[in-house]
Design a protein around this ligand. Structure first.
Ligand code: ISJ
Length: 379
């Protein structure tokens, strides 16, 4: 059935179409300017992401919006979306090469998704990048000869063996780095295998990010930090935020941020599957928060089980965190079964107090996410 309309409505809609077309041309104009910014940054070696510029621009536009009775949140949302587009467009012109006299880069596991992403970013920055994978080890001597940087990005469960077995004869001044999502063991293995500069990196994002702008890379220092300072600077030019951490503290945090997180998501999915939940009808009845939750759970199962098995099984310590969770779940279930409503409220308040200011902050952040989940509905 056609949507109902009137002549007045059609007139107004024509005017709106005209405004939207103007918006489109303005967008084109903005994208062209951003492309010029990209070229200037490329020449000057300025990072793709400029947080101070963004903050001051947003503050000004919000104030101007209020003056003409436009919601400040509306202009902020639009500008943030445009800035995301900018990062992608600025990337197209490439990046300044911080280290000119490096020799080539070798990515061990370059055929993997993260390996491909780093290959792309390094190539866009003017480095010569070679890859070595499972079947190329007979050519290893030639591939590593003259290398200035070797980045290991192979599955976690073989990382330490690959380092110990294959990376003991690297050129003396070559930097050895890894991208593994745990840090203590690979870092120790790299320090043992190689006498030169060593650094542990953990990119805190998946390989499907379009740009590294605002993405976090954790850095665990190994040996001779001055020798790889340029690499951190290079990643900052890509827009990444470098967060330094002790390997032990990083691994402990990962028990919650990764192993626990992914394991509970796995169990959530397993439960839906065993309960034979009907996803179609769940979606029909879903509130935005449920839709978001289902999307977060569902996206796990669109990915590689081996990768998640690696992350979850990599650390013995994770099992403690996960079984603590089970204990808490069991206690909470006992509270429910005993009908102790008051205890639920008391515990709720305890947790709320513990979250402190983060609770309202998260409520605010998630509101924007929920609204965009709702925006995506069509038909
Ligand atoms: C265009 C720039 O690059 C990025 C994108 C911005 C934008 O789209 O307005 C603003 C700041 C930077 O994070 C810039 O630095 O001006």
């Amino acid at each position: 059935m056609n949507e109902k309309t009137t002549a007045d409505l059609e007139n107004l809609r024509d005017l709106i179409d005209g405004v939207d077309q103007q918006l489109l041309h303005l967008l084109r104009k903005r994208l062209d300017l951003v492309a010029q910014v990209g070229a200037v940054k490329h020449a000057a070696g300025v990072p793709i992401y400029a947080p101070q510029r963004e903050a001051s621009m947003l503050a000004k536009r919000r104030a101007e919006a209020e003056n003409i009775n436009v919601s400040p949140q509306l202009i902020e949302d639009i500008l943030r979306r445009l800035m995301r587009e900018s990062y992608l467009n600025e990337k197209d012109v490439g990046f300044k090469q911080v280290k000119q006299d490096l020799g080539h880069v070798v990515i061990v596991g370059g055929e993997g998704k993260l390996g491909q992403l780093f290959t792309q970013m390094l190539t866009l920055s003017g480095y010569k990048v070679n890859s070595i994978d499972k079947n190329d080890w007979q050519n290893a001597d030639a591939i590593f000869d003259g290398a200035g940087l070797v980045i290991v990005t192979v599955p976690i469960n073989v990382t330490c063996d690959v380092i110990a077995d294959k990376l003991t004869q690297l050129p003396e001044h070559c930097i050895l780095a890894d991208l593994t999502s745990i840090k203590q063991k690979p870092l120790a293995a790299m320090l043992e295998a190689h006498k030169g500069p060593v650094v542990g990196l953990h990119p805190m994002f998946g390989p499907d990010v379009g740009s590294l702008a605002k993405q976090v890379v954790v850095v665990c220092h190994g040996r001779e930090p001055h020798a790889y300072q340029w690499l951190l600077q290079q990643m900052e030019i890509w827009g990444a935020r470098i967060v330094e951490a002790e390997a032990e503290r990083h691994d402990k945090a990962m028990q919650l941020v990764q192993a626990m997180r992914h394991f509970s998501t796995f169990v959530y999915g397993l439960n839906l599957c065993k309960e034979e939940a009907d996803i179609e009808s769940l979606l029909q009845f879903s509130s935005p928060i449920y839709r978001l939750e289902l999307a977060m759970v569902g996206r796990l199962f669109a990915q590689d089980p081996e990768l998640y098995a690696d992350i979850i099984f990599a650390q013995q310590g994770s099992q403690h965190a996960i079984s603590d969770y089970l204990d808490n779940y069991r206690d909470a279930l006992a509270m429910l079964k005993s009908g102790n409503r008051q205890e639920f409220v008391t515990q709720f308040q305890r947790v709320a107090k513990w979250f402190g200011d983060f609770a309202p902050q998260f409520q605010h952040e998630s509101r924007a996410m929920l609204q965009s989940v709702n925006d995506m509905k069509a038909g």
